[in-house]
Design a protein. Structure first.
Length: 274
């Protein structure tokens, strides 16, 4: 009595032989990732611990006058990460002995509370853009990303992405950037399509191949020049799994202050109605 049933061919759990399992093995994943059960979880949003080395590194890249980082979350999507790793290996092989090298850049993309989860699950997508012919637009500077889309709310979201850049071409003055997406321009020396376009300032970059991009961090921040906070900083998730570091919360002081402010505002409206 009390003995556990012996494992047999009839009750043994089947071995997970999916390719995504290989992505999680060895040292293929970023060092800040934490274990996740990929049997029923496609994407995990993991809080980056405040004052950790990873948090300071992200904050240093993001920090600009007027922008205040509230919280950062690592996007753990092994399906998208596997695609990115394969494309990185392929691009390195394709550009070998051509005089070009693959560079891995940290760029910023302005998102919002309604759409960031789509990116975490499915990656950036030309179909989500206002004009797909332009490509997905990334910025080397967080302040420029913040200004790229008008937003009336304060407490905002920017996604920091890893972006592969092999052949990067500046759009000529006579060619509209809209044409980049309607015709595939080849680089004569490599025999490959140009993978990245940029503008005259070389601070704005346009991508069309999304396997060359990975949404690495979701950054929740406030624009200190845009007035008081108008929403809470908690991320609304429907499909992805949210995990918090033990013993930490999302800006408890900010949450409490904003909740009190919202309550007072509602009560004030009620008093006026009477």
């Amino acid at each position: 009595m009390g003995d556990k049933p012996k494992s047999s061919a009839f009750n043994r759990k089947p071995v997970d032989k999916r390719l995504v399992r290989q992505v999680m093995l060895g040292q293929k994943t970023p060092k800040y990732w934490v274990p996740m059960d990929i049997s029923d979880m496609e994407c995990k949003i993991m809080e980056v611990r405040k004052f950790s080395a990873a948090y300071f590194e992200v904050d240093a890249k993001f920090r600009r006058p007027g922008l205040e980082l509230i919280s950062a979350y690592a996007v753990q999507n092994p399906f998208l990460w596997g695609q990115y790793l394969l494309r990185r290996e392929q691009l390195k092989m394709q550009l070998a002995r051509t005089g070009y090298a693959v560079k891995e850049k940290d760029f910023f993309y302005k998102s919002d509370f309604e759409n960031f989860e789509k990116v975490c699950r499915q990656n950036f997508d030309l179909r989500y853009e206002q004009d797909p012919k332009v490509g997905v637009t990334f910025y080397s500077d967080a302040l420029a990303a913040n200004s790229s889309k008008i937003e009336s709310e304060n407490v905002r979201i920017i996604i920091m992405a890893k972006v592969l850049v092999g052949t990067c071409v500046k759009k000529s003055g006579g060619r509209s950037h809209r044409s980049c997406g309607t015709k595939c321009f080849y680089q004569q020396q490599t025999g490959l399509p140009i993978d990245t376009f940029t503008d005259n300032s070389q601070t704005v970059f346009y991508k069309f191949q999304m396997s060359e991009v990975y949404p690495e961090f979701v950054l929740v921040y406030r624009d200190t020049t845009a007035g008081p906070d108008t929403r809470m900083s908690k991320l609304p998730l429907e499909y992805c799994k949210m995990s918090y570091r033990s013993g930490t919360r999302i800006n408890p002081q900010d949450e409490a202050a904003l909740e009190l402010k919202m309550t007072n505002k509602i009560e004030g409206r009620g008093d006026k109605a009477h």
